[in-house]
Design a protein around this ligand. Structure first.
Ligand code: SAH
Length: 207
């Protein structure tokens, strides 16, 4: 039983899920218990997805680490997150891009948005913009983005979202119906290079 955020980070490093220094630092700076409902605090540092209300979940830490290691966000990046839920991933991204970067995080369920706003109050992230909208087609303003992460599973290729990537940009998202794969796309010379990693489960991206 892991009982602290530092314990969770050590576990993710030992298991090999976390590798990159700046991503490790973000997991240390952002306390997962701030994004877990009061009734589930005893499980806040367990490596499992947890319900956050409205039928949604905060993703499993190892899966978040895996996606961020594929995405490789950098200081100063402009990042889009679709489906910010509890705000946990949005906070990690904000920590990594810093005040010279920008994170546009979008959530379709307004009540979750308000809860995330509260979860984030102790953090000082002027670089984070929370938007309530359906972002199944991305967010045109202020596209294009250096990095895009979709935190819910797409059942078809999100072409409009992909078109909002910068040249050299990267995007990660779960794809599929019941059992999903995580897809990494990279836009190089205006072509999309794709890699996929099977064996994940996410809540669906709502069209
Ligand atoms: N990254 C979140 C994970 C939340 S689960 C966290 O760290 O807690 C995925 C979220 O995607 C859910 O909150 C769901 O409401 C949201 N979602 C699903 N389809 C969406 C859409 N089309 N636009 C915006 N948000 C969406």
């Amino acid at each position: 039983m892991i009982s602290s955020n530092d314990g969770l980070v050590k576990y993710l490093q030992t298991s090999g899920a976390l590798k990159t220094d700046r991503i490790i630092k973000s997991f240390k700076a952002v306390d997962r218990s701030d994004f877990v409902p009061n009734s589930l605090q005893s499980a806040a540092f367990a490596d499992q997805a947890l319900p956050i209300g409205w039928g949604q979940t905060i993703s499993q830490p190892a899966t978040v680490a895996f996606m961020l290691e594929l995405l490789q966000p950098n200081l100063g990046d402009k990042v889009l997150e679709i489906g910010f839920g509890s705000g946990y991933v949005a906070a990690l991204l904000s920590q990594i891009v810093g005040k010279t970067g920008l994170v546009v995080a979008v959530e379709r369920i307004a009540e979750l948005g308000q809860q995330a706003y509260k979860n984030l109050t102790k953090y000082n992230f002027p670089q984070l913009r929370l938007v309530i909208a359906n972002a199944s087609k991305g967010i045109k303003q202020p596209a294009a983005y250096d990095k895009i992460i979709i935190s819910a599973a797409a059942s078809k290729m999100p072409a409009e979202v992909i078109s909002q990537l910068t040249e050299g940009g990267k995007m990660v998202f779960p794809y599929g119906q019941d059992l999903q794969e995580i897809i990494l796309l990279e836009k190089v010379d205006n072509k999309i290079i794709k890699q996929s990693y099977p064996g994940f489960v996410f809540v669906p991206l709502v069209d």
